[in-house]
Design a protein around this ligand. Structure first.
Ligand code: BG6
Length: 473
């Protein structure tokens, strides 16, 4: 392992900060999502509706507790902390000309605190939250105007924090929205609410195109502003395995993988791949894509490949094979008998991490950064203690495979940040009880609790992992 390997943790603004309406912050998409659970999806409401419960409004009160939390991260030895900037703290509506100074000051203070504690901020510019006004007034990323709004926001924060933040990412898990049957992803990735009967896939491809242009513009701007800055993309790297050796399954897995690879192909190589252009042609799709857009995309390619990894997906083309019917994993997903799952049905597959790292290394030969990996579990709080052995087992197995990919296979990896290093609000379900942290937060699903922080057993374990640079698992 390289000496300066970036061990750390990751959170996102809307899942931890709370303070959803203080010091000028505007409403964001995350503020209009209620809580669900493993069986019931979160509801996306038309604005904040009285009487409904919105778990992100309060988060875990990181906005007020961040100094204490960062102190605890530094006790674990974090070299970096990944979080995001809430766009609506900086531009409350998204389409103003001038930013909100109070919002900017908050992130100055937050980043200073991280740096004082010896950790680099790793910052996502758009992590599943868009000023809600942009959704209502412009239809979110359906609209080309979003490129300008996003660009303006990014210019402001890149300029302001250029000497504090080296590693940036544009859009978190930009590929999630390819699961078009799931309303959640279109809304969180792009602020899109589907209309009845619309061709969802066409809508999403258009939105994704605008995001590609925006991402490239921002990347080019960052490079011209400060050559030290490293810009990355971010995808949810869920590889697809064929269910059997039947060539139909093999071809299906390849086709499903392309829904993931197209995002890195464009953001790393700078142009649309042939397989995608061909698909659009076959579907008779046309889009608002200008030649200037294509030039921008060619120039604004990223410096590193950021990805999150939680699970693999196994797919079957055989109609007689029972599908999971889980809209988080797509229409062809089937059970993989070689893997167990979390209580939320996510396949636990440490070797899949080694597999995706090698897939990316072979295809792109640029540095990669594992910006999320973690284990969601309903931890038991017993007499002030949380014995989360299963989380340690999960992380240990994944880190071991990551090390093999680096040391035995030669993958070039900058760092590894564990998702939800302090218990956050779950993104997919809005629950508190789906916990990820090394630090337990005393908050219940309904928002009650003292919000006090407690160290779990995994806290001390990760401390040793970092101290030994991954030797001591
Ligand atoms: C990733 C997201 O999809 O997975 C995070 O980038 C999210 O925002 C994480 O929280 C885990 O998902 P969940 O639904 O278990 O919180």
């Amino acid at each position: 392992m390289r000496k300066n390997f970036l061990w750390g943790g990751a959170v996102a603004a809307h899942q931890v900060e709370g303070a959803y309406n203080v010091k000028g912050k505007g409403l964001s998409t995350a503020d209009v999502m209620t809580a669900g659970n493993v069986h019931t999806p979160r509801e996306i409401t038309d604005g904040v509706v009285e009487g409904k419960f919105y778990p992100n409004h309060e988060g875990i009160r990181f906005y007020d507790h961040y100094q204490e939390d960062i102190q605890m991260f530094s006790e674990m030895g974090f070299k970096c902390l990944r979080t995001s900037i809430a766009w609506s703290r900086i531009f409350p509506n998204g389409d103003e000309d001038a930013p909100n100074e109070d919002g900017l000051q908050f992130y100055d203070d937050l980043f200073d605190c991280m740096i004082e504690h010896g950790m680099q901020p790793v910052i996502t510019l758009s992590h599943f939250e868009i000023p809600y006004h942009l959704v209502k007034t412009y239809g979110g990323w359906r609209n080309r105007k979003m490129i300008d709004f996003f660009y303006r926001f990014c210019q402001v924060v890149l300029k302001r924090y250029q000497n504090k933040v080296k590693y940036w990412m544009t859009f978190n898990e930009i590929n999630n929205q390819m699961l078009v049957e799931n309303d959640l992803y279109a809304f969180t990735n792009s602020g899109i609410v589907f209309e009845n009967g619309e061709d969802r896939l066409h809508t999403i491809y258009q939105a994704v195109h605008y995001q590609f242009v925006a991402s490239a513009l921002v990347t080019e701007y960052a490079h011209s502003l400060n050559p030290e800055i490293q810009m990355g993309c971010c995808v949810a790297a869920t590889p697809n395995y064929p269910n059997t050796s039947n060539p139909d399954d093999i071809l299906l897995a390849q086709a499903e993988d392309r829904k993931l690879l197209m995002f890195t192909d464009v953001q790393i190589r700078g142009h649309y791949p042939r397989y995608l252009l061909n698909e659009w042609n076959t579907r008779n799709y046309t889009f608002d894509i200008t030649s200037q857009d294509l030039q921008i995309m060619e120039k604004g390619t990223v410096d590193y490949l950021g990805f999150t990894y939680y699970m693999s997906n196994t797919v079957s083309a055989d109609p007689s094979v029972k599908k999971l019917g889980d809209d988080l994993q797509g229409n062809y997903a089937v059970d993989n008998p070689y893997l167990s799952t979390t209580d939320w049905g996510w396949a636990i597959d440490p070797k899949g991490l080694r597999y995706v790292m090698n897939m990316y290394q072979d295809r792109y030969e640029i540095p990669m950064f594992i910006v999320e990996n973690g284990f969601g579990y309903a931890d038991q709080f017993i007499d002030g203690h949380i014995h989360d052995q299963n989380r340690m087992d999960y992380l240990k197995a994944h880190i071991a495979e990551m090390k093999k990919a680096i040391e035995e296979d030669g993958c070039d990896c900058i760092g590894y940040t564990v998702w939800g290093c302090i218990d956050p609000i779950s993104f997919t379900t809005g629950e508190m009880k789906k916990r990820y942290g090394f630090i337990y937060v005393d908050r219940n699903n309904d928002g009650t609790g003292s919000y006090k922080r407690y160290k779990k057993d995994s806290f001390y374990w990760y401390q040793k992992v970092i101290e030994s640079n991954g030797e001591n698992l």
